[in-house]
Design a protein around this ligand. Structure first.
Ligand SMILES: CSC[C@H]1O[C@H](OP(=O)(O)O)[C@H](O)[C@@H]1O
Ligand SMILES: Nc1ncnc2[nH]cnc12
Length: 788
């Protein structure tokens, strides 16, 4: 098994590292902050309404988080994401210092004797401060979810690896942060405990400014800016109306079928009970039963650790547990553990050890929740991604998530204060003892949720099995399907193939059908071939030229096996993508070019013919590309945005893998070459020998090194431009498929090619080598016979 990080470029690895450092500092500071503000609020609010007020405070904060996350979207469109992230966390840091400043400046002190000594400030001030902080918190939470795309681009495999890694480190920091904040609260008191938070936030803001600016990010913003020439305020207003529209669309989708309706009890309600446990029940228990609010953070630490384990287990068992159903059932069962709360009678001297015991007990509770939540989120993404259409005003996935999250916020805002009141009343009636209330707001409520959650897991189609492999036609991750649905015996002919070059390792927007790995007489292709279909049901074969993960040099690409494998599937037309250097001023980086001619500057070390060892043939190659395919692609050039499209250019193919010297680059220009790459040959020659129509789509990534005073091409520049062009490439591909299908079905694509190699053979039948003929039988069955 290779290193899972091999997929990432060194720049991406560096950026991920910086991002993780920032996220850990942030999460550590956040735990210290949220833990102590909860304790501060419970301590400061009047005894009668402690938990009602706490719930209102938390509810307001969450509602404002929602506001922050909506308001941030236009900012991300205008400014580099990492800068918006740094700025938000910086302001969050400043705001988190306000309470400390107010407390200290009004006489607050460190509680040396264990008794809290607050300054003379009105507790009500917590409401506006914590609400405004909610806006910043919401902003940071949203950006931290979109920034991975700016770091690694739209590659799903990379995104998942990055998300999983970040998630793990995030929860590690969360666990450590929660435990440490208990210690800080005990030492510094509730108001001063988060004093390290502003520093940690500022450090994380600084760390994030070091994330390399991605051209993809810049490019996206430029495009969006030009599309949306509106003021920031108008855009923010637009963001809110779009959110409203999303929620409305979400309601329509959720209530449209049994496939979605169960997501309310499956996603929103467990999210509520989880958050309620951490931010209400646990602090209430610590304060009223353990008589030490700070111990709540010990239990929250246990809960965070459970979340970490839950997320890891989902990843680990992704192949075995294919749907969220088993995890959700486990979650439902674990919720019953909450019954421990009303029956806890720890002796005062055992309060600390009891807090640690509960921390351990919270591990399975939060494990169940996180496993259910992570797997359900993946399921929602997989099932709703299929509904996405390019011209949708509101993304179905965004709409469903907006509705589920809003449902949770409303639940919290409404139920929180009501349940808080129940706890307060119980406290009042029973001389501070909240155990009678915990029977209802803990045991009974969590049991009801457990039953509802368990029942909801039987709603989707096919969910009755203990561990269903598919519910409602969707497994946890479509990508896992790629591996599990793997079948080497896909029998229908696939007539169109796409060869992805550097930066293009999979097909987006097409539905996965199968994965095949044909063995050819020339060996195995670069990687397994993915067969996918578009919405019209057209099958397309996809092959990553350098392998997914880019492990083959241009010289090592097994072009014969690649072309032979595609031919064996029935392929008649190949659209090949390639990253090329530009040798002409007017062919700017990111432009698309359809070459019409090729110059061979490879070194003769790549096997470049199927005809050898006793079977000689000479294919015509005067026009190396398919004019018919070229016309189809050219007709769709308008889908490419912010770049020009050119045709009729000459592509020179060098050996590599090193780039050219300046002298060579100038020499190629003097040859009349317009573009340079390392991949078109022998691929195009072999396609010709296999009688497959072939057209390369070049994406210019650099000016090579012929420009005297400019920096020469680097892989980093190539990759950045390729990333920026991913959207264009995928759009172009979707647009040309119907036209390609038409010319293939009508036979126009292979006109002049069909049968051409039958007559290109020079070797007399009696002189043909048996083994060569046998090999060619795989490629061109029935063409060559032996007479002896
Ligand atoms: C990464 S720069 C050089 C590399 O990029 C091109 O690959 P592909 O044609 O597969 O996109 C070029 O031909 C070189 O192999
Ligand atoms: N400058 C260059 N030379 C060769 N191949 C390339 N692929 C992308 N840029 C290239």
């Amino acid at each position: 098994m290779g290193n899972p990080f091999d997929d990432f470029t060194s720049v991406e690895r560096r950026n991920i590292f910086i991002y993780i450092v920032g996220i850990m500092l942030y999460k550590f500071g956040l735990e210290a902050f949220s833990g102590s503000i909860t304790l501060l609020a419970t301590d400061r609010f009047n005894q009668q309404n402690t938990f009602t007020n706490l719930a209102i405070l938390q509810g307001l904060n969450q509602a404002f988080q929602c506001v922050g996350s909506i308001a941030i979207a236009p900012l991300i469109k205008r400014f580099p994401t990492k800068n918006v992230l740094s700025a938000s966390v910086f302001i969050f840091g400043l705001l988190s210092a306000i309470i400390i400043i107010i407390d200290v400046s009004t006489g607050g002190k460190i509680p040396l004797d264990g008794k809290q000594r607050y300054g003379a400030w009105n507790s009500l001030i917590l409401f506006p401060i914590y609400s405004i902080i909610g806006i910043c918190h919401g902003m940071v939470e949203l950006i931290r979810r979109v920034i991975p795309r700016d770091i690694v681009g739209g590659d799903v495999v990379k995104l998942k690896k990055m998300d999983a890694t970040v998630h793990a480190f995030y929860e590690v920091a969360g666990t450590a942060g929660a435990f440490f904040s208990a210690f800080l609260v005990l030492r510094l008191g509730n108001a001063l405990a988060p004093s390290m938070t502003p520093f940690l936030f500022v450090f994380s803001a600084i760390a994030w400014t070091f994330i390399g600016l991605l051209d993809a990010d810049l490019e996206n913003r430029k495009r969006l800016e030009s599309l949306e020439d509106r003021s920031l305020l108008t855009q923010i207003g637009h963001g809110f109306s779009h959110f409203g529209l999303s929620v409305y669309r979400g309601v329509q989708i959720i209530f449209s079928s049994r496939k979605f309706i169960w997501l309310i009890p499956g996603y929103s309600i467990p999210l509520f009970t989880h958050r309620y446990l951490e931010s209400q029940l646990t602090p209430a228990f610590a304060k009223r039963i353990l008589n030490q609010g700070a111990y709540a953070q010990i239990m929250v630490g246990g809960s965070n650790f459970g979340e970490l384990l839950g997320a890891i287990f989902v990843l680990f068992f992704a192949r075995k547990i294919r749907t969220p159903i088993p995890w959700l059932r486990l979650d439902a069962l674990c919720l019953l553990i909450i019954w421990i709360l009303p029956f806890s009678y720890p002796a005062p001297e055992d309060a600390l050890s009891y807090a640690w015991t509960l921390a351990a007990i919270w591990i399975p509770v939060s494990f169940g929740w996180a496993a259910g939540d992570v797997s359900l989120a993946a399921y929602i993404q997989a099932s709703l991604a299929k509904m996405e259409k390019p011209d949708d005003k509101v993304s179905p996935l965004g709409a469903v998530m907006a509705f589920l999250y809003s449902f949770y916020i409303i639940l919290y805002a409404v139920l929180g204060p009501v349940l808080g009141k129940v706890i307060d009343n119980s406290s009042k009636a029973n001389d501070g003892d909240i155990r009678p209330a915990l029977i209802y707001v803990g045991g009974v409520m969590y049991t009801v949720v457990s039953v509802v959650l368990m029942a909801s897991t039987f709603i989707p189609k096919g969910s009755f099995a203990f561990n269903p492999s598919l519910i409602d036609d969707t497994a946890i991750e479509d990508e896992e399907n790629l591996v599990e649905n793997y079948h080497d015996d896909f029998k229908e002919p696939v007539k169109i193939a796409v060869i992805g070059g550097s930066g293009l390792y999979n097909l987006e927007g097409l539905e996965f059908v199968a994965e095949v790995s044909p063995e050819t007489p020339w060996g195995k292709p670069s990687d397994a071939i993915i067969i996918a279909k578009n919405q019209a049901g057209l099958h397309v074969a996809f092959l990553a030229r350098h392998g997914r993960g880019h492990y083959l040099t241009p010289t090592e690409v097994p072009s014969r096996a690649n072309i032979a494998a595609l031919k064996s599937l029935g392929v008649e037309a190949i659209i090949a993508f390639s990253a090329v250097g530009s040798l002409r001023e007017e062919l700017k980086p990111r432009d698309f070019i359809l070459p019409s001619q090729v110059i061979d500057r490879t070194k003769g070390i790549r096997p470049s013919t199927f005809f050898e060892d006793g079977l000689v043939a000479h294919a015509m190659f005067a026009d190396p590309f398919s004019a018919v395919l070229e016309e189809v692609i050219w007709a769709q050039r308008a889908v490419v945005e912010d770049a020009d499209f050119h045709r009729q250019k000459t592509l020179i193919c060098m050996e590599g893998p090193q780039f050219s010297t300046r002298a060579e680059s100038n020499m190629y220009r003097s040859f009349g070459a317009d573009l340079i790459n390392m991949s078109v040959l022998p691929e195009a020659k072999l396609a010709r020998e296999a009688e497959i129509a072939y057209q390369m789509i070049c994406m210019s990534t650099d000016y090579d090194c012929w420009k005297e005073h400019e920096v020469a091409v680097t892989v980093e520049a190539v990759v950045a431009n390729l990333k920026a062009n991913t959207g264009n490439a995928q759009r172009l591909l979707s647009a040309i498929l119907p036209g390609v299908q038409e010319v293939v079905e009508s036979g126009k694509a292979t006109e002049g090619l069909d049968g051409s190699m039958r007559f290109a053979c020079m070797t007399a039948p009696e002189k043909r080598s048996k083994s060569a003929v046998q090999k060619l039988e795989f490629l061109l069955p029935g063409y060559y016979t032996i007479c002896n």
